[in-house]
Design a protein around this ligand. Structure first.
Ligand code: IVH
Length: 665
C-alpha cells in the first residue's frame, strides 16, 4: 500500500467508524458488530502509525460516546476509561508480559471478573446518600441522569452501615435476557421500534427524558469499581468487591483472584461455557491487576489503564442467504416481516428464520431477497439479521418493497401515527381470528386443554367457529368429524370448554384479547370495576384513575367495548355463563382491620404489589405518604424520606421479617 492508498483507506475507515459510533452511542441502534468495530479500529490505528496520518479527531483518539445535550453535563473527577481488548490467548499472554516487565520482580495477582454487556454508569454517594448518577459520556464528561438512576431498584438510594463521607461507585447497568425479550415482544406487538440487543436498550433507556418511563424498563445493575478518598483507596480489587457488597451494592458472584495468567485462561474457559446459562449477557472477561499500588505503578495510556484488559468472547455469528421475506400476522394485526433463511448452524441450533421486525428496519439495513447476510443470536434467544455482506454487489435484487395488503385477507394495511408497524385491521382476517381464539383458550387465559393450534385451525377452516364465543355452542358430533378426533377426545374437549366457564373474571378479561391488556392490567381492571357491566361502560377518565392504567390502555379498553361486534360477542359469553363478576377476595384474617400502611424501600423478598395484596388480605389499607394517620411503615432497603418522616412522627416501623411474623407466614 502506498501513502495515497493509505490516506484513502484511513479516510474511509474514519468515516465508517464515526458513523458506527454515532449509531451505537447516540441512536442506540448499532449496525456493526463489536468485533468488526474493533478490527476496523485496529486496522486504522496501524495505518495511522505506519503512514504517520495522525488526527486528534480520529476515532482512534476518542473514547466513543458523546455527551447528549438534553441532560446537564457533569465532569468526572476521575475519568471513566475504556478497556483495551483482545479476542485471543496470545494477546492475553502479551498483556501479562507487559505487566510483568513493568512490575519487574513485584508479586502480583489478577482479579478476573465477567464483562457485563450494558452501559457504564457512575454513582456518587455523600454521607451515605445517592447524590448523583451519570453516564460515562466521552469518559471525561457525562450526562447527569440522577433521576433516571434513582428508578433502578438494584441501586440503593442509601448506603448500608457506616459509610465514608464520599463514595464513588462505577458499574454496569444491564438487562436480563428474558426481561429484554419480553419487553421487545411487547414493543413489536404494540407496533413500536424494537431494540437490537439488551445493551442498546439499556443505554437508550437510561437517557429517556421521562423517569417514569425509565422505571418501566427492566434495568439491573452490577457494581465493579469503588473509589474512596486517598488513604482508603489502597484496597485490592477483591477487597473493593467485598466493600461494595458491605455498602449494599450488588456485585456479581463471578469474581475470582488468580495468581498467574494460566489460572486466568482456565477461568476464561470455564466462564466461556457458563455464560450461556447466565440470565444476562456477558461479552467477555475483564482481567485486572489486583493490588492497588501496582495498578498505580502501571498507570494508564490516554485511553486505557495498563493494569487491565478485556478478553472478549466471540459473538456467535453466521453467514447465510435470504431466500425470501414473508409476512406474519399477529393477534392484533401487526404485520412482522420474517427472513426465510438458508438453514445455518448458530450457537448449537439450526436457524431458518429471523424476524426483520418492521419496514424501517429492512430499509435501514437495506435488506433484500437474495442477499448474503450476517445473522447473530441476540441475547441468544432470537436470531437477528445484523448486516448485509457486500452491499455494493452489482447483481443484487431490487430494494424490498413492503406489501400494501394483508398477506392473509388482502385488506389494505394501515400504519398508526406513532408506530413503525403496519397493521391489518380487518377483524375477520383468518389468522387473526385463529390467534385470538388460541389466546382465549391459552393456559393463562381460559385454560382450555386440548384446544391447541391445530384444533383451532380445523375448527375455523371448517367454519364451525369464527369467534371465541362460538366455542360454547360446539357439539360433540361436530368435533368428532375433525382429524385425529375420537369419541373420547371430543368429549374431553367439550368438558374442558365447559370447565372454563368457572375461570375467574380477571382471566375472562385477559382472554378477550384487548390490545395492551395483559394479565396484570386484567387483574387490576377486575379489582377496580368488579363487574363486566361496569367495565363495559367506564370512561377513559375513570380507567385512568386506576394505578397501573395510562391513557393508551384506557383508550384501547373503551374502544374495544364500543365496538358493536365485540359487544355482541361479550353478551354471548355472558349468556353462556362465564364469570362476569369479581369473586370477593378471600379474607385471610382481620388483624390489620382499619390499619393504614405505607410502603417504602425495596423489601428483601416481596414485591410492592405482593406486600400490598397481603396487607389487604389481612384487612389493612395502603397509602402513599406518611401522616399522623399512618399506623405502620413497612420499610425495606434504601428506604428514603418516608422512613425519616415515620421516625419523626413516631409511626411504628416494620421490616419484612416482623411483618411476616404478624401475618403468620
Ligand atoms: S472496569 C478502567 N469491569 O466495559 C477500568 N468494566 O470497555 C474500566 N464493563 O466502560 C472498567 N464489565 O462499561 C470493568 N467487570 C467490569 C466490566 C466493565 C463491563 C464495561 C464498562 C467499561 C467497558 C470498558
Amino acid at each position: 500500500m502506498n501513502k495515497r492508498e493509505a490516506e484513502e483507506r484511513v479516510a474511509e475507515l474514519r468515516g465508517l467508524l464515526d458513523k458506527a459510533n454515532q449509531a451505537y452511542y447516540q441512536e442506540a441502534q448499532p449496525f456493526m458488530s463489536d468485533k468488526e468495530f474493533d478490527e476496523k479500529l485496529k486496522e486504522l490505528e496501524k495505518l495511522e502509525e505506519e503512514f504517520d496520518l495522525h488526527d486528534p479527531e480520529s476515532p482512534t483518539k476518542r473514547v466513543g460516546g458523546e455527551v447528549s445535550s438534553v441532560f446537564e453535563t457533569v465532569q468526572h473527577p476521575v475519568p471513566l476509561l475504556s478497556l483495551d481488548n483482545t479476542y485471543n490467548e496470545e494477546e492475553l499472554n502479551d498483556f501479562d508480559g507487559r505487566v510483568k516487565k513493568i512490575l519487574e520482580h513485584e508479586n502480583y495477582d489478577y482479579m478476573v471478573e465477567l464483562k457485563f454487556d450494558g452501559a457504564a454508569i457512575r454513582l456518587r454517594y455523600e454521607n451515605g446518600a445517592l447524590v448523583l448518577g451519570a453516564t460515562r459520556g466521552d469518559g471525561e464528561k457525562g450526562d447527569d441522569i440522577t433521576t433516571n438512576v434513582k428508578t433502578i431498584r438494584d441501586i440503593p438510594l442509601q448506603l448500608k452501615g457506616e459509610s465514608p463521607a464520599v463514595v464513588e461507585v462505577r458499574g454496569e447497568a444491564y438487562m436480563e435476557r428474558e426481561a429484554f425479550a419480553r419487553m421487545n415482544e411487547r414493543r413489536e406487538e404494540e407496533g413500536l421500534n424494537v431494540f437490537a440487543n439488551p445493551r442498546n436498550s439499556t443505554a437508550g433507556s437510561l437517557k429517556m427524558q421521562d423517569p417514569k418511563a425509565v422505571a418501566q424498563r427492566p434495568i439491573r445493575f452490577f457494581a465493579f469499581d469503588l473509589l474512596l478518598d486517598d488513604e482508603e483507596n489502597a484496597l485490592t480489587q477483591f477487597e473493593k468487591a467485598e466493600k461494595l457488597q458491605e455498602l449494599g451494592l450488588p456485585v456479581s458472584e463471578y469474581h475470582k483472584v488468580c495468581s498467574n495468567i494460566n489460572e486466568v485462561h482456565t477461568v476464561i474457559n470455564e466462564w466461556g461455557e457458563l455464560r450461556h446459562e447466565l440470565p444476562y449477557e456477558t461479552d467477555g472477561v475483564v482481567i485486572k491487576v489486583n493490588q492497588s499500588d501496582l495498578r498505580e505503578q502501571l498507570g494508564t495510556t490516554s485511553k486505557f489503564p495498563r493494569w487491565a484488559i478485556a478478553f472478549k468472547f466471540e459473538a456467535e455469528q453466521a453467514t447465510t442467504t435470504i431466500n425470501d421475506i414473508t409476512l406474519q400476522v399477529g393477534r392484533l394485526g401487526t404485520i412482522t416481516p420474517v427472513a426465510e433463511l438458508e438453514a445455518v448452524e448458530l450457537a448449537g441450533t439450526t436457524v431458518k428464520r429471523a424476524s426483520l421486525h418492521n419496514e424501517d428496519e429492512i430499509q435501514r439495513k437495506d435488506i433484500r431477497i437474495g442477499d448474503t447476510v450476517v445473522v447473530e443470536k441476540a441475547g441468544e434467544i432470537i436470531p437477528q439479521v445484523i448486516s448485509v455482506v457486500n452491499p455494493d454487489r452489482a447483481d443484487r435484487n431490487e430494494p424490498y418493497k413492503f406489501p400494501e395488503n394483508c398477506p392473509a385477507c388482502n385488506s389494505e394495511l394501515i400504519k398508526y401515527d406513532d408506530e413503525v408497524a403496519w397493521r391489518c385491521v380487518n377483524p375477520t382476517c383468518p389468522p387473526q381470528v385463529r390467534i385470538r381464539i388460541e389466546h382465549f383458550a391459552s393456559r393463562d387465559a381460559m385454560d382450555i386443554e386440548g384446544l391447541g393450534e391445530s384444533v383451532v385451525d380445523q375448527l375455523v377452516s371448517a367454519e364451525l367457529i369464527s369467534t371465541y364465543a362460538d366455542l360454547y355452542d360446539l357439539k360433540k358430533e361436530q368435533i368428532i368429524e375433525l382429524e385425529r378426533m375420537a369419541d373420547k377426545s371430543a368429549q374431553n374437549l367439550i368438558d374442558a370448554i365447559e370447565k372454563s366457564k368457572a375461570q375467574p373474571f380477571e382471566r375472562v378479561i385477559y382472554a378477550l384479547g384487548i390490545r395492551f391488556v395483559g394479565k396484570t392490567v386484567a387483574k387490576d381492571l377486575a379489582k377496580a370495576f368488579k363487574t363486566m357491566d361496569t367495565l363495559q361502560s367506564v370512561s377513559e377518565e375513570e380507567l385512568e384513575a386506576v394505578d397501573s392504567i395510562g391513557p393508551r390502555i384506557a383508550e384501547s379498553v373503551v374502544k374495544f367495548f364500543k365496538n358493536e361486534k365485540n359487544q355482541a360477542i361479550v353478551k354471548r359469553l355472558g349468556e353462556h355463563g362465564l364469570q362476569f363478576e369479581k369473586e370477593e377476595e378471600e379474607q385471610a384474617s382481620n388483624i390489620f382491620n382499619g390499619k393504614k400502611f405505607v410502603l417504602t424501600g425495596s423489601l428483601p423478598t416481596y414485591t410492592r404489589k405482593e406486600a400490598t395484596d397481603l396487607i389487604e388480605k389481612h384487612g389493612g389499607k395502603t397509602a402513599s405518604s406518611v401522616s399522623s394517620n399512618t399506623d405502620y411503615v413497612l420499610a425495606g432497603e434504601s428506604a428514603g424520606s418516608k422512613l425519616d418522616k415515620a421516625k419523626e412522627l413516631g409511626v411504628e416501623i416494620l421490616d419484612e421479617a416482623t411483618f411476616r411474623e404478624m401475618i403468620g407466614e
